[in-house]
Design a binder for this molecule. Structure first.
Ligand code: KG4
Ligand code: ZN
Length: 343
């Protein structure tokens, strides 16, 4: 009998459900985005996000089952994100998943959101260990070294803001809207990196800091405003993007040097959609260690989605990594603890 995994994801501001058949055959992936609502506030309003999840979740699950042309009876297990993320948002998805598990008697599989982003790459090909994941969703920036499957070790990353947050903040300062990543990426292609922002100091070469870069941009814009000067937004975007992306690439370069056994590098999360990162990271690896494979997930698997949760759930189903119905959400779940706590 075929294996069908229903994935549910509601950790932030997208209500998502998807169905994967077998190991990675995606039958459906539904995303109900709240971006337009939060854009009016220039960022995510957690209370609004959870209320909108409540309104959407059953419709989205139903739509995912219908598009996959299956019913709840056909489902082998229900995989759901239970952290990290916004507490109220996470609760909605987990509660829906638990209820479905209870009424159908099918197993519940608790998934880590960032592990989901990493496993989005398995729609392309298998992960090859030791693997280095460049984890860059909106709220995190981490280099995660995996010696073997489900052995996650954070070896570096940001000491303060995530790169995605920096993109969102910079876009807000220059009135380009929310979310900032796609608009800055687009503007950067029209400009030149004429502004040289200071390179941040971090404790180790595997770490970095985006708050200093963000402050540099704020100061530059405020000074220009005070002097009545007009800033070329495209040049600012190109300069910020070049610096931000190379801060990540420099850390990856150092990780390759320090961990001599890396066979594959994957990128994961919303910023993995960034055109400059997707262009420059493979070039650096090609120069430094061409035998390392660089995997870029398709754009539809970079931003939040439930396909990544369903595909991770499919692997966990094989390992019989099932959860009890009494689990709760963990808004600050560290990826190193995933699969270590029997969660
Ligand atoms: O993974 P994601 O959809 O949500 C979280 O798990 O947080 O990531 C959202 C982040 C936002 O900060 C957004 O600005 C950024 O990903 N992003 C990008 C691009 N597309 C989305 N950042 C840079 N370049 C892009 N093309
Ligand atoms: Zn995410």
């Amino acid at each position: 009998m075929s294996k069908y995994i229903l994935g549910i994801e509601s950790s932030c501001d997208d209500t998502c459900a998807a169905v994967v058949e077998g190991d990675n055959n995606l039958l459906s992936s539904v995303v109900s985005s709240q971006t337009d609502v939060h854009a009016k506030f220039g960022g995510i309003m957690p209370e609004i996000a959870s209320r909108m999840h409540v309104e959407q979740i059953t419709l989205v699950i139903n739509e995912a089952l219908q598009r996959a042309n299956i019913t709840l009876d056909d489902i082998s297990a229900i995989a759901v994100t239970s952290g990290p993320g916004l507490i109220g948002s996470l609760h909605v998805g987990l509660q829906a998943a638990k209820t479905l598990a209870l009424v159908t008697g099918k197993p519940l599989i608790s998934c880590h959101h960032l592990a989901g982003h990493i496993f989005a790459n398995t729609f392309e090909t298998k992960l090859n260990y030791p693997c280095l994941a460049v984890v860059v969703p909106g709220g995190h920036t981490q280099l995660v070294y995996m010696k073997k499957e489900f052995d996650f070790k954070i070896i570096g990353g940001t000491q303060d803001d995530a790169i995605g947050e920096a993109y969102d903040k910079v876009a807000r300062i220059v009135n380009l809207g929310y979310p900032g990543g796609p608009v800055i990426d687009k503007a950067a292609k029209l400009g030149q990196p004429t502004i040289k922002f200071p390179y941040p100091h971090a404790e180790t070469p595997l770490d970095t800091s985006f708050s200093g870069l963000k402050t540099s941009v704020i100061n530059l814009v405020h000074t220009a405003e005070q002097k009545g000067e007009i800033i070329n937004v495209n040049d600012l975007a190109a300069s910020f993007q070049q610096r931000a992306v190379f801060m990540i690439i420099d850390c990856v370069e150092e990780a390759i040097k320090q961990y001599g056994d890396i066979k594959q590098i994957v990128i994961a999360g919303g910023v993995a959609a960034n055109s400059y990162l997707r262009e420059q990271l493979p070039l650096m690896v090609q120069r430094l260690r061409p035998e390392i494979e660089v995997l870029l997930p398709r754009l539809k698997y970079c931003a939040d989605n439930a396909a990544m949760i369903a595909v991770l759930g499919s692997r966990l189903y094989d390992l019989k990594a099932f959860s009890n119905l009494n689990i709760g959400v963990d808004p600050n779940w560290n990826i190193e603890d995933f699969m270590k706590e029997g969660k």
